[in-house]
Design a protein around this ligand. Sequence first.
Ligand code: FAD
Length: 478
Amino acid sequence: MKTVNQYLESLRELSPVVYVAGEKVDVLTHPNLKPVVNAVAKTYELAQNPKYEAIMTAKSHLTGEKINRFNHVPRSVEDLERRVDLAILTSQKIGSCNYRCAGCDALSALESITYEMDKELGTNYHQRLINYLKYVQQNDLACSGALTDPKGDRKLRPKEQEDPDMYLHVVEKGDDGIVVRWAKVNQSGSAAVHENIIVPGMTFREGEEEYAVAFAVPSNAKGLIHIMQETPEDAERRLVEDENELGIPKYGVRETFIMVFDDVFIPWDRVFMCGEVKYTRELVLRFASNHRTSSAGCKVGFAEGLIGATYAIADYNGLAKAPNIRTELAQMIYTQELARACALAAALKGWKAESGTYFPNYVLANVAKLASAYGFIELMKNAIDISGGLTVTLPALSNLKSPVGEYLKKYLKGRSGVPAEHRIKMFKFLQTWVAGPHAPGAWHGGGSPMAQLLTLYALTDLESKKRQAMELAGIEEG
Ligand SMILES: Cc1cc2nc3c(=O)[nH]c(=O)nc-3n(C[C@H](O)[C@H](O)[C@H](O)COP(=O)(O)OP(=O)(O)OC[C@H]3O[C@@H](n4cnc5c(N)ncnc54)[C@H](O)[C@@H]3O)c2cc1C
């Protein structure tokens, strides 16, 4: 498995094309890219640590070798449970995205769907996928996962759009491969990984074959451009002289990119679906059940820092034992543990697909994502309440070394023994969570809550519930 230095060196060699605020930048040295690279590097560092071996690594079912669990496809319910642990551990240690969940979740969905496609259609997608997976595992590559299309007018099908490029699609098929055009948006960490796994973002119908495409593309493919998001935190990171001024200096906030595919060539051995619209629904469902479970696990890890910071501030303010604060902290713990319980339940009620790969229970995976999205807003509400206004009104840490530093040391200290510096740093950390991009991230990442509600509705047999109610109520017909 790769060391952190080997990962950094391999990224240097890849040198993908990345734009930040209108400028072409270097992925390893630009201040906005560094936290993303640090986060991916952490997934390599944790995998080398014997303490986390059971969570961070797995035995490949293809080669029998020890691999990073992010490149493993779950082969048992225990693997599914470990997958949840992996999401929790990495988001707890990084305090931001690990940038590898979506890639991992897409690979296992493809592993099983390609098996079923080949069996029914006589295609050879599965062997390609297996060869590719071995390549990823043996070279210990980091993969992102890309589904979300720009979508334009959300009420229109892809071909009804004014601009035909609002959904990524195939524009050319040749003997050697395909050419794809146009974009995937909101892609977590795509510029700091080696490979990107691209899958359809929705169920496509007959007549929409060019959109039903799944493939793997290296981050530095010719014609692929990564355009980075911009938030106030990104601008602030470029401005500060000392990154310790920031809430999470090393890993920052979750960063995404628009991936522009300006007619990118994909050789056939990297294409895992090309036109088979019938399989897009199940592919999206399997990806979604994986990703909604891991996304819930991720929020459990985030909650660790959010609850920890809220408790620390209550303590710094002398309020740790106040009954109202204790009640609100207990509500936060309940919210965190509810998301953990749902994610673990989805894993423990997992099922085995024909290829031998396991998936979380669809219903519980969607419930887990909802519990974590709704829960994140609840966590923020209590954190904001307990911490008071300083979370957004605090002056910069750098003031402490200026002529006004003595005032801040005097007026921003907390209860006895808590210096102003600790309070400023902890408030700044909390600001990252409650006044940054995390809430929309928790809400929409893994699909907007309405997508989960619609899935729950579609997967549930309401007639059977109605019959149950009628039986108990003594109604025989109707
Ligand atoms: C921090 C973050 C990280 C992410 N990382 C990734 C990633 O790594 N890979 C990836 O593929 N995606 C990623 N996403 C994208 C995420 O999956 C999408 O944001 C999500 O699916 C919602 O899509 P959207 O942003 O286009 O919003 P929209 O689709 O515009 O949704 C906005 C609202 O409109 C509603 N809506 C949408 N369509 C309709 C319709 N036809 N009729 C009625 N209502 C509708 C939705 O229910 C929602 O309430 C990430 C998102 C975030 C915020």
